[in-house]
Ligand binder design. Structure first.
Ligand code: HEM
Length: 234
């Protein structure tokens, strides 16, 4: 590695660099979950809306692959550094004897902030299972196919309907999404702090914005599973 590359690398792996990287990847992932949540809501439009939306995404081909690779890299960097920061802090505190004291007024320490590692790890495990359920779940070859405008496309709507008619999925997903809401609430604020976007004048507004994002994204995601589950009894 040349001297210049070496110093860029040193900056990235320094404590400040690590915080900046978690913040930047975190904000990128916030954007992704907002778009994903809005896409899911097309299910509620009924008819072919959701399948057409998913099909449109798939039709981006190489561009979509590139976005997916970027997204996977963001998840990997975010999770790796997040776990790394937690372990270093834990070691510095001297292992397991970590009692939390209130951090006083300017700090935004909360239940959500203290449990970022827990919600983060649960989300990581959820993500693997989630991709197996849907992304790599049954498709055209397994008979999940629907004809739209003369073309045969993957019937993702049927897969989603079948999954969320089971109480395990219909309530398991929302349980994880509640943790996502808390993770976003504190994560958004923490990312702004790491990137030095906070100021005493705006802190209360920015913190409230994080809380609103957590609440809106969480609610938006939870509506679809519960809607599907309860619709089957009508
Ligand atoms: C009720 C909640 C959710 C539902 C119903 C849902 C549904 C889906 C479906 C159907 C797909 C497959 C799309 C396709 O193959 O075209 C998908 C992909 C994906 N979901 Fe979710 N999702 C939910 C929550 C989440 C959450 C909370 C995250 C992240 C923390 C997430 C991350 C992803 C990722 C990374 C992909 C793959 C995207 C791609 O590679 O194109 N999902 N989701």
């Amino acid at each position: 590695m040349s001297g210049r590359n070496n110093s860029i690398w040193q900056a990235l792996v320094s404590p400040v660099g690590r915080k900046v990287l978690t913040g930047l990847t975190g904000l990128g992932l916030v954007l992704f979950v907002i778009v994903h949540m809005l896409g899911n809501l097309t299910y509620l439009q009924g008819g072919d809306a959701y399948n057409l939306y998913a099909h449109k995404l798939a039709s981006y081909g190489v561009l979509l692959y590139m976005l997916e690779i970027g997204l996977a890299a963001f998840f990997a960097v975010h999770a790796y550094i997040g776990i790394n920061i937690y372990l270093r802090k834990r070691r510095a505190r001297g292992g397991r004897y970590n009692t939390y004291k209130t951090a006083g007024k300017p700090s935004r320490q909360s239940w959500a902030s203290r449990t970022m590692i827990l919600s983060g790890v649960v989300l990581l495990v959820f993500l693997v299972l989630h991709l197996m359920h849907f992304k790599f779940g049954p498709g055209v070859a397994e008979g999940y196919v629907v004809a739209v405008d003369g073309a045969e496309i993957r019937d993702l709507r049927r897969l989603m309907t079948e999954k969320f008619q089971s109480p395990l999925y219909a309530f398991g997903y929302p349980a994880v999404i509640v943790l996502l809401g808390f993770h976003l609430r504190h994560g958004f604020w923490s990312a702004l702090q790491s990137l030095s976007f906070t100021s005493p004048r705006w802190n209360a507004v920015l913190y409230a914005l994080g809380a609103a994002i957590g609440l809106i994204v969480g609610t938006g995601f939870i509506i679809v599973p519960l809607w599907i589950y309860f619709s089957q009894f009508n």
